[in-house]
Design a protein around this ligand. Structure first.
Ligand code: GLV
Ligand code: GLV
Length: 320
């Protein structure tokens, strides 16, 4: 009997073609609208596989109403939207897409770092609003990047890729991670410091840690207010790692000089959110891995993960 696969977002036909050959596909027909939870729950009742993404909430209720489900393959590296213990309990395999997006995501981290330091989007807005009057000795000055200290919170694959870029700017690299990373220390010259030391001594802090119960609000008010005066905070991981209310206060009344944010607690973030009213905040709409080449690789890998499990094997990049 042929398998049923639910795909929660429309994708280019050629990417899904390999699945069409061996299964019945139910594909949510829109590219820019998430599949509603209700519809997903309904379709999963007799499904064998799920192709999902960061916008789908895969909770206990959903998982337990899908008795035939064998695999959940997410087109993302982060899987904080999936209840992993419940999947494990029911023997459902979960797969994600690390590695293929590492360099692309590190590029965006660095884009935000450079842009925040030199106030690029703010400067562009000024020109486009006809507010550029003249060159002036201290007009639109920012902070240096070259030879400054970069602190990386979460030294995984993406953290290492950010550190490699920082080497090209002769930055002094330090990091905090749950466990030490020998590669980062030996090959990238990154110094292992305590969380507090990274925050208090770095000119730039890049957050590259996954969102887990342990990292939820890791950057809370106390942490943010120990950051170095005038420092720049960059987040391309998950919004929930930072307390946004506290970040607002740290930008207005505290030591944080600027922030570059690609991720938010609630996405899409509303344009009237206090953080977006601050000129020193540079924001992008969760596009860390968003290049055509990388998104194609992520989708192809997600397809392969489903094929691997439906053929009786294990996914190449398994979470559980
Ligand atoms: C995107 O946010 C991802 O986790 O890949
Ligand atoms: C995160 O999962 C990473 O690849 O750094």
């Amino acid at each position: 009997m042929s398998h049923k696969i639910v795909v929660t977002r429309s994708l280019p036909e050629d990417l899904l073609a390999p699945l069409h050959e061996q299964a019945r596909l139910v594909v949510w027909p829109y590219e820019e609208t998430p599949m509603p939870y209700r519809d997903l729950k309904q379709e999963l009742q007799d499904a064998d596989a799920l192709f999902c993404n960061v916008t789908d909430t895969i909770d206990q209720e959903l998982i337990e109403s899908a008795p035939k489900l064998k695999v959940i393959a997410t087109m993302a590296v982060g899987y904080n939207n999936i209840d992993i213990p419940v999947c494990q309990k029911h023997g459902i395999k979960v797969a994600h897409t690390p590695d293929v997006l590492t360099e692309t995501t590190a590029d965006l981290t660095f884009t935000l770092l450079l842009s925040s330091a030199r106030r690029v989007t703010e400067g562009e807005a000024l020109i486009k609003n006809n507010q550029w009057q003249t060159w002036a000795p201290f007009f639109h000055t920012g902070v240096d990047i070259y030879e400054q200290r970069l602190g990386i919170i979460g030294m995984g694959r993406i953290g290492e890729a950010v550190a490699r870029r920082a080497q090209g700017f002769s930055m002094d690299i330090c990091y905090y991670n749950r466990s030490r990373n020998e590669t980062a220390e030996q090959e990238l010259g990154a110094a292992y410091l305590s969380f507090q030391e990274v925050l208090s001594s770095s000119d730039f802090v890049c957050v590259q840690t996954p969102l887990t119960p342990e990292t939820k609000y890791l950057l809370d008010r106390k942490a943010l207010f120990t950051m170095k005066e005038g420092s720049v905070l960059i987040n391309t991981s998950r919004g929930g790692v930072i307390d946004e209310q506290a970040l607002y206060e740290a930008l207005v009344d505290g030591p944080v000089g600027a922030a570059g944010l690609d991720v938010f607690e609630d996405e899409p973030i509303s344009s009237d959110h206090p953080l977006l009213q601050l000129p020193q905040v540079t924001a992008t709409p969760h596009i860390g891995s968003a290049t055509v080449a990388t998104r194609r690789k992520m989708a192809a890998m997600t397809v392969r993960h489903i094929q691997q499990v439906l053929a009786g094997g294990s996914p190449e990049y398994a979470v559980v």
